[in-house]
Design a protein around this ligand. Structure first.
Ligand SMILES: [Zn+2]
Length: 326
């Protein structure tokens, strides 16, 4: 069952008669989408390339975590990917699980390779470089979130967990009392949650909705380089490899020059129009702009037909444009 609360789609999963899971589902981070577009259409710095790799990897880890959490069978509320601000500080929580007496917050990492812990310092064994201590990041989030709950009048206990998802990750010299869940421990952890009695009340739901309403959409952490319309290569970017452009294979089908990924023209044009809107939110969607942007489609009438079928037309004479359907 899908339910709309503000701009969030809530998935209500009712299993047997005891379980109610409310989820704000995870979507591809907006920053990752923007950077993928820019990298496909212009030369970007090595810093941006590395950022894309980090974001892609992080997103894969979080998706793996979500899949594993589907084994939960206790009555609880789950909110994924929440960006909050408490005491003028922004922080992101990968996943929040509200049970009857406790709120679990999860920081999910997709690290790969060997690392070593030395007090508060974490090092990669292969490069020898020190990395940001993820436990400090977790405890900072935990503390801010606890303050937020207090401000919201909730007395639920907050428990933070640092979860590693990659089976190719190993951490040396780690004391056993740290709030870490390794890949081989996740099933047991989920089992221990499932074993606890938990009932969701109106109060839990009100709190979850309040937290959703506090979500900040635009991340202050994003590092998107400057760009403008003329500085970007036009064409329909492939949604499989994000580095090749699509070419017409037949009247209705496009194929990527680079990876061979195929897509029908209508889906590709709608996708590219959404991309144009994400890159240039203030630009009006017109047949001319989309025709110019997509380049690959040689017939303007095809673009007009696709836009007319999928968007609302706002008639303003020569200033007419299309609007996304709500
Ligand atoms: Zn491709």
């Amino acid at each position: 069952m899908l339910k709309q609360i503000g701009r969030f789609t809530i998935v209500l999963k009712q299993r047997k008669e005891v379980l109610l899971l409310i989820i704000k589902t995870r979507t591809i981070p907006a920053e990752l989408e923007l950077l993928r577009y820019l990298k496909g259409r212009k030369k970007v710095s090595e810093k941006i390339e590395n950022k894309i790799i980090t974001l892609e990897k992080g997103y894969i880890g979080e998706t793996m975590f979500d899949q594993r959490m589907e084994a939960l069978s206790l009555e609880c509320l789950i909110i994924d990917d929440l960006l909050l601000e408490t005491n003028d500080t922004h922080y992101q929580i990968d996943s929040i699980l509200t049970a009857q007496r406790k709120i679990h917050i999860f920081e999910v990492k997709n690290f790969e390779g060997d690392y070593v812990v030395n007090g508060d310092c974490w090092h990669s064994l292969s490069s020898g470089k020190e990395i940001k201590n993820p436990l400090l990041q977790l405890s900072r989030c935990e503390s801010l979130f606890r303050q937020l709950l207090h401000q919201l009048g909730s007395n639920l206990i907050v428990e933070g967990h640092l979860v590693f998802m990659n089976p190719e990750f190993y951490l040396y010299q780690v004391p056993p009392n740290l709030p870490i869940i390794f890949p081989s421990q996740l099933t047991r952890f989920i089992g221990s949650l499932n074993a606890q009695p938990s009932r969701m009340t109106e109060r839990h739901q009100v709190l979850a909705k309040k937290l959703l309403s506090l979500h900040i959409k635009k991340s202050p952490f994003s590092i998107v380089p400057e760009y403008n319309f003329d500085g970007l290569e036009r064409g329909i970017l492939c949604s499989v490899c994000w580095s090749g452009f699509m070419e017409s294979e037949s009247q209705y089908k496009l194929v990527c020059r680079k990876c061979g990924g195929a897509e029908d023209i209508e889906t590709a044009v709608i996708r590219s129009t959404k991309e144009l809107n994400q890159l240039f939110p203030n630009m009006r969607i017109t047949t001319k702009t989309v025709f110019d942007w997509c380049k690959t489609v040689k017939d303007k009438r095809t673009i007009r037909r696709i836009l007319a079928n999928n968007y609302n037309y706002v008639s303003l004479g020569k200033h007419s444009y299309y609007e996304f359907k709500e």
